[in-house]
Design a protein around this ligand. Structure first.
Ligand SMILES: Nc1ncnc2c1ncn2[C@@H]1O[C@H](COP(=O)(O)OP(=O)(O)O)[C@@H](O)[C@H]1O
Ligand code: SF4
Ligand SMILES: [Mg+2]
Length: 381
């Protein structure tokens, strides 16, 4: 984890809204926060009922900030990301009362057509499988030029020029620009996907497990690239990963989800060193620490609930060692502490430091993130 006493290179980042050539959307409030998500509820319709995949999630993302989303598989991370740009499967619905405000503009009531203005131009997504996101029969350069031409209305010549600039920005030399996707390595393909995500110069880039399929060294390079782009372009990042050390190394804030809800959210330096929510504590305990004995790894007993029919009250109650009678009946309210950490747990009825269940625990960087964060690798970026 970074030493808070050292000056952070991100401090020099120019916020994206001060740098871009075009104006903010017409209804934008220039004083509004970049992104404010409130009570987001995204459900999927099945014959048997509604899957409450995301059920009352709120968070903010500031200019130039990186927010890491973590939680067990199936807790709603991807659904949260897809809701931002409404790229949901057919049976997905964002329910009434949810709001996703970008520059103060609520995207939830926008029609599909109105959303075109925001998708890729303001918020873009980098998915895990680069091969699935690229068209195998079109040269990489042309695939990157296309969104520039179609969405920004630029000419063939200037969109190709822009594609070459973008490839250069992500570290793909111009001599490789006419390659087809299968002619590039996995890391190069993921770089190309990042170039596509940057094509329209968005304010926010969401990475949904963007490095999961890559080996440790390439993963380190891609994370380093995202970090550098954030600094140079003033981007805001939402990084979804099951690897807590990636969040520890690259993010300012962490949002821990459990069964479609926020368990804990706050500065990485607090959430990862003094986790308050029993689920966060278990999640950190289940994560390998390079300094500790492998046998000390904890397992979280049981499994997450069926989101078609989640338990009333706290959804973690069936697995929680601190469970109390109230937990099975009443949904725990979110409480924000003085250090900016927000927790939804009945153990904390008043916001105070060192409340019950708080413990000190640390996450160590893996070899990959340690390599990405090393001064040598930053210098060669
Ligand atoms: N199209 C769908 N129809 C029904 N359920 C879905 C659909 N897509 C996702 N889900 C369910 O929504 C929940 C959250 O999924 P997801 O957002 O993909 O989780 P994560 O990214 O955290 O692994 C899971 O229970 C998953 O099975
Ligand atoms: S609300 Fe109760 S069951 Fe849920 S995490 Fe807190 S103590 Fe455990
Ligand atoms: Mg996912």
């Amino acid at each position: 984890m970074s030493d808070p006493a050292m000056s952070d290179p991100r401090d020099d980042a120019v916020p994206v809204r001060g740098r871009r050539q075009w104006d903010l959307p017409k209804q934008a409030d220039p004083t509004a926060p970049l992104l404010e998500v409130r009570d987001l509820r995204t459900h999927f319709k099945l014959d048997r009922g509604w899957v409450k995949a995301v059920d009352g999630v709120s968070f903010n993302l500031a200019d130039g900030e990186a927010l890491g989303l973590a939680g067990e598989s199936g807790c709603g991370k991807t659904t949260t990301a897809l809701s931002m740009v409404r790229l949901l499967p057919e049976n997905g619905r964002i329910r009434k009362g949810s709001s996703i405000k970008l520059f103060g503009i609520d995207l939830v009531p926008k029609t599909e057509r109105q959303l075109q203005r925001y998708r890729w131009r303001e918020i873009s997504i980098v998915f895990q499988g680069a091969m699935n996101a690229l068209n195998p029969v079109i040269r990489v350069r042309d695939q990157i030029a296309e969104p520039v031409r179609v969405r920004l209305g630029q000419s063939e010549t200037s969109s190709r020029k822009r594609a070459l600039e973008l490839l250069d920005l992500v570290g793909i030399p111009s001599r490789r620009s006419d390659a087809y996707p299968h002619e590039l390595s996995g890391g190069m393909r993921q770089r190309a996907i990042i170039a596509m995500a940057l094509a329209c110069d968005p304010a926010i880039v969401i990475g949904d497990e963007p490095t999961t399929a890559l080996d440790a060294m390439v993963q380190a390079q891609i994370l380093q690239l995202l970090e550098q782009l954030r600094r140079d372009l003033g981007l805001s990042l939402m990084l979804i990963t099951h690897d807590l050390s990636v969040i520890a190394e690259t993010c300012d804030r962490a949002l821990i989800m459990y069964a479609g809800k926020v368990a804990e959210e706050g500065p990485v330096s607090r959430v990862f060193t003094a986790a308050r929510h029993p689920y966060t504590q278990k999640l950190l305990g289940a994560f390998p620490n390079i300094r500790s004995d492998r046998r000390t790894l904890e397992v979280i007993p049981g499994s997450p609930p069926d989101l078609l029919n989640p338990p009333p009250g706290c959804r973690f109650a069936p697995r929680c060692q601190y469970v109390m009678p109230i937990c099975s009946e009443v949904v725990p309210p979110e409480i924000t502490f003085d250090d900016g950490v927000r927790v939804a747990c009945h153990l904390y009825t008043t916001a105070s430091e060192g409340a019950i269940g708080s413990q000190t625990t640390t996450v160590e960087p893996t070899a990959a993130t340690a390599a990405a964060a090393s001064p040598a690798s930053r210098a060669s970026a």
